[in-house]
Design a protein around this ligand. Sequence first.
Ligand code: IPD
Length: 260
Amino acid sequence: MTDEIARKTLAAAAIARAAGDLQRKFFADRASIGMTFKGPQDYLTAADGAVEKLVMGMIREAFPADGVLGEETGGSKDTRALWVIDPIDGTANFATGIAHFCISIAYVHEGREEIGAIYDPMRDELFLARRGAFATCNGRPMKVSATTEFARAQVELGWSSRRPIRSYTEIVERTVAAGASFRRAGSGALGIAYVADGRSDGYAEIHINSWDCLAGIVMVREAGGRTNDFLGAGGLDEGAPILCGNPTIYEPLGKAAGLL
Ligand code: IPD
């Protein structure tokens, strides 16, 4: 099994790069993006479908026995051996010409987040992690930040139109009142990968979907950080809150976000 997980880790990295190459091509030709909306502020592009098709096809060909769940087309929820894919995370950025988006691929094995691969094609950064083994950015080991005071912390607070804006502004108010600074850059997957790489001290969002956060969760844990039990909270079915951070920022951020 160990060898099988190693093979899947390499495959996740290669598939993420192939998906990123396709994203880059679409992004270079804005007219090809094909922008529509799933709901208010919920962008969908033709590129999302094309990238998901490519990724699902590559995974099904390499690992026909595994389940696959994608943001756009759905799929299996059998966590014995499940690939969870966000073809373009940061779709609103992608659709409006802002170069901050990525492909996110997670592999869940026997109910646990096992592998995470997130590729940012515009910065050529591949974030890759395997549970109990490593978390790297372009091959360099990642480590969460060393910030110890919330009053000096920089955190990302995610928000989507799935939740009322009032709940978000309350979290922002509590975070700022406790002295931390916040940002919302529009890609949950990259926001969480940045926590693993020590670029950000924490990430919180009161509702996020599995394809946006499972890959990043593996990274934060392997880079020495803490995360909530997203799968245990039923995140695969309906989405759930996400909370992650370095070991000291995790708790004050969780309190500010009303998640602890
Ligand atoms: C969204 C982004 C956003 C996060 C939302 C997600 P999408 O995913 O990750 O940053 O706050 O919760 O839905 O629509 O860009 O794939």
